[in-house]
Design a binder for this molecule. Structure first.
Ligand SMILES: [Zn+2]
Length: 186
């Protein structure tokens, strides 16, 4: 069963009285759009198509390019208002697993009530991927928790429908864990 075909009964209930407290905070256009995308994906079994990523034209502009890809994957341009993203090199994670020369890219989207932190790295198929950083359940350090590559993924995360996501493969290998953290794999 693919991720998109997993039947979800939760969001319909979650949009009612049982909506998580994080969703009740001041209106947030990104969160609202993300939740809508997740619910639509659950109902139709199909993710919305956003088309190919923007192209990287100059390596000097890689940080800006990574930011542009995140904006594209999350369809932020469609929200009709500017969404600020802070983009910088990540001090902890490599851009490529086992790499040493290039740092991963850290991206933050700030809202009134919280900040969403993303980490951009390349997976083993050399595809740029985004993970949402969240405190490790064991050591509390910010580690890649869920792979978020579409607005629907973000909606599933915000709705806590973790079964529809499955966790980031980079959670166990993150060098951000405390040295003795049990969540860290070999
Ligand atoms: Zn940990």
């Amino acid at each position: 069963m693919t991720r998109a075909s997993v039947p979800i009964t939760g969001p319909v209930l979650l949009l009612g009285d049982a909506m998580p407290s994080t969703m009740r905070k001041p209106f947030n256009p990104v969160k609202a759009a993300a939740v809508q995308a997740a619910v639509e994906r659950a109902q139709t079994g199909q993710a919305s198509q956003v088309g190919p990523d923007p192209a990287l034209h100059s390596h000097d502009a890689e940080l800006r390019w990574v930011e542009a890809v995140l904006r594209h994957r999350l369809s932020l341009h469609s929200l009709g208002r500017p969404i600020g993203i802070r983009t910088r090199d990540d001090d902890t994670h490599p851009l490529v697993a086992d790499g040493v020369h290039f740092p991963a890219v850290a991206l933050s989207i700030s809202f009134a009530d919280r900040t969403l932190d993303f980490l951009a790295t390349y997976d083993d198929r050399r595809r740029l991927i985004f993970d949402l950083l969240a405190p490790c359940a064991q050591c509390g350090k910010p580690v890649p928790t869920e792979e978020i590559n579409s607005l629907g993924d973000l909606g599933d995360y915000l709705l806590q429908t973790r079964d529809g996501l499955g966790g980031s493969p980079r959670l166990r290998t993150s060098p951000a864990h405390a040295a003795d953290c049990l969540a860290r794999g070999d």
